[in-house]
Design a protein around this ligand. Structure first.
Ligand code: GLP
Length: 264
């Protein structure tokens, strides 16, 4: 596990975008796991800039989004489909055929749909790099507390805290979905590389528990401790509750000296 500390959300976004860009430059046909949320907006902004100004080419990239609200059509302005197109897909050259986002409006058997999503990930050769945000309760994707480490893509009931946190994204008075389709913890752990981003004081406790606490289904991001190649990219505020902060900074300095390419 690598803990990378940056000053603020803007630096976190820029660093994450360059991390993704260098993965695409190394493998043009990268399978990229994507996330939504406020923390991701700066990442997409910088990726769009790199596409426009530095010819970053997404034409062979395949994407899989982590999650989507259940009961919202892709056209709904609060859906993750909508956010992804608004912030990213409509500005870059990802082939629309290679874009995968769980469909929150599926009419048929949800379990079957979720297994097909898992199969599509396998058919694409598995996820090379998964980007994650984190919820205040330590969730990744929409894997709320109580999600098992082996969980796969499925329908998950949202916690009250998550519903409250997401209320700001919806118009006043509008009903917020109570459930979501999300990749499971087991699905996420199969990605070859994982990059988790967190910014702001509100995430500090969840971040500290995920990195330094026991592995527990009460803080689902703690399962990432089991992954052999995970980077936590944090701004100052999000890193404040870490007890080993100074040590991570030292490791970072030494790692940069020994293996500079890992950090680009
Ligand atoms: C939602 C998403 C998560 C995301 C989280 C944090 O719950 N399902 O994938 O990590 O929001 O969002 P924000 O970056 O807005 O704090």
């Amino acid at each position: 596990m690598l803990v990378v500390l940056k000053r603020d959300q803007e630096e976190v976004g820029r660093h994450a975008a360059h991390f993704v860009a260098s993965a695409i430059r190394r493998k043009a046909s990268l399978t990229l796991g994507l996330a939504t949320g406020n923390t991701m907006v700066g990442v997409y902004r910088e990726l769009v800039r790199l596409h426009r100004e530095d010819h970053l080419d997404f034409s062979r990239v395949t994407t899989f989004n982590l999650d989507e609200y259940f009961g919202l059509s892709p056209e709904h302005t609060e859906s993750f489909h909508h956010a992804m197109h608004e912030h990213f897909f409509s500005h870059v050259n990802v082939n629309p055929r290679n874009i995968h986002i769980p469909d929150g409006a599926i009419a048929g058997d949800c379990e079957e749909y979720c297994s097909a999503y898992e199969q599509a990930i396998r058919d694409a050769g598995g996820i090379d790099l998964q980007i994650l945000g984190i919820g205040r309760n330590g969730h990744i994707g929409f894997n709320e507390p109580t999600s098992s480490i082996g969980s796969r893509t499925r329908l998950k009931v949202l916690s009250e805290q998550t519903i409250e946190d997401n209320r700001k994204l919806f118009a006043a008075g509008e009903e917020i979905p109570q459930c979501a389709i999300t990749m499971g913890i087991g699905t996420i752990l199969e990605a070859r590389r994982i990059l988790l981003l967190a910014s702001g004081e509100a995430k500090a406790a969840a971040v500290a528990k995920s990195i330094e606490g026991p592995i527990t289904s009460s803080v689902t991001a703690s399962a990432l401790q089991l992954h052999p190649d995970v980077t936590f990219l944090l701004d100052e505020a999000a890193s404040m509750a870490l007890t080993q902060r100074e040590y991570y900074m030292k490791v970072l300095k030494m790692t940069a000296m020994l293996t500079p390419s890992r950090l680009t």
